[in-house]
Design a protein around this ligand. Sequence first.
Ligand code: WT7
Length: 638
Amino acid sequence: MDQSGAIDNLLQEERVFRPLPQLVIEANVNPQELEGARKFAAMDPAGYWEEAADELDWFKKWDQVLDDKDAPFYRWFPGARCNIVYNALDRHIETANKNKLALIWEGEPGDQRKYTYFELYREVNRFANALRSLGVRKGDRVVIYMPPLPETVISMLAAAKIGAVHSVVFAGFSAKALRKRINDAQAKLLITSDGFYRNGRIIGLKETADEALVGACADCVEAMVVVRRCNIGVDMVDGRDFQYEDLVRQERNEAPTEVMDADDPLFLLYTSGTTGTPKGVVHSHGGYMVGVHRTLTTVFDIKPTDIFWCTADPGWVTGHSAGIYGPLMAGTTSVMYEGHPNYPQADRLWSIVAKYGVTIFYTAPTMIRMLMRFGTQYPKQHDLSSLRLLGTVGEPISPEAWIWLYKNIGRSECPVLDTWWQTETGMFMISPLPISVLKPGSVTKALPGVEVDVVDRQGNPVPPGKGGLLVVTQPWPSMMTGLWNDDDRFKEYWSQIPGVYYAGDVARRDEDGYIWIQGRADDVINIAGHRIGSAELEAAFGVHPAVCECAAVGVPDQIKGEAAKAFVMLNEGFEPGDELIKDLKKTIRNELGPVAVIKSIEFRDSLPKTRSGKLMRRVLKAEENGFEIGDLTGLDED
Ligand code: WT7
């Protein structure tokens, strides 16, 4: 099955799946309540989100739910005081959740660590105190360059607890990419680990972190904290580097939680756009916690007995909202796995589901496509009967992958909830609930309190069945509060089509009002559910002396959904060949990291351009794919 087939199938899919009666009876939100919530939210959005905010704890309540005077710089809950960590941890210590498991972590070699809410609370407090003694203060930026470890969670929460702003950088980024983010954030502290286990090997991380600091901005990163994961010897710089275990050993178990304004920043998370520079998406304590809490608890119907597993790495927004903050605020038990899904063989995920009795399993379509290849014998070896809900995110899921997941993992009983959202949205935006009627490949409808539309370039709604641009027409609480140091770029989200939020996706609505996402409308490539900009790749290629010019586009990939293909024009004196291809790939690894997968490189004598000299990537893409995922030609004719 190639991607073009997948899109065709998405366009033809007509199957419908209804929830089992028992599931509807037991659901936290039944169909009537969902309809009621939609109506209430449409009539009184502020009232709806205020009710959601009332489910959380605040040090001081808001003067107003939403201040839109400075739109698009919306302010949610102005006047309110809070801290998301109070809701994720502190408040649970006063309830029956105190001794419940907050986190079950499994390392790739098979080691395990479990934390109750009380234990996690104490660990966070100790590290919060350590951060304070290292001189980290409210508003300072802390970059966390870590694999999925308990200490990654602890670092994020400890930073947030003292009012510092965390920025997690995925461990698959290179030293240069890390340095870029450290510099942009003007980070004061870097947290990393000696290394981590991946596919049976130890990957060193500390040395990459060291390399990133060479040439980083002069007055940033005064200190580095190193977590011992693999017990490999690493060079520690005297006075700059601190062993995590040494720092927390002498710290107290209690630490004050900083009182934050609702719109004080909680974290920065870098994501790719259409230029060479990644954007630092900013989320705040108040709005983010309300949006994430309400949407995660309703979509995943969280119950006290759930074991929730989101397979995303903490380096992405899914890891933030659905892996850490959402589940902890909900008081549920979260599972985290360090390593490769196929290590030591293709049943690792199913063995984890069976071992801990995972009830809700949330993953990416790319993962399903990868596991499908190995057939059903792997899931069949494990008792997956604990599962009750499945979810996917990150890219369109083909009906084939949806059905495979539903049948072979979900016993044709567990709803598959396809959730559409973005780093910028912070929370789930378009998604079914467990009680919804499902169509494989459709993200169904916007959640209560979220208003979306499919429009043409002028902002006029397109008729059912037609492709158009996905926009969000009303502000939502966990919307990003800005882009770090880049107000102009932030405003672009709202000016492409005036007055609405432009998501950058192509979508279509069917006769039932169900939404089908077709792919990106812009020059952003979605590789295995991770965004990478064409311009970012091209800039990285440009670093190589052989490259005169380059165009990078997304091409279909069976497993990754999309992968990058580069068309390269060489400088005088350089000859195409396998050696050069290898060398160019090395440059990309060096510039961006293993996260930027280059599927192929083709040498060309010229690249298609407009008369004004702009690269026409669409031409290359259409040539390559025989179609355009973001095909808007029909739309433009309308
Ligand atoms: C882009 C956002 C939010 C977590 C993961 C990605 C694509 C996201 C879906 C979905 C089809 C999806 C969109 C979106 N996307 N979810 N359910 N169906 N496409 O976050 O890196 O900010 O990327 O991922 O293209 O714009 P992100």
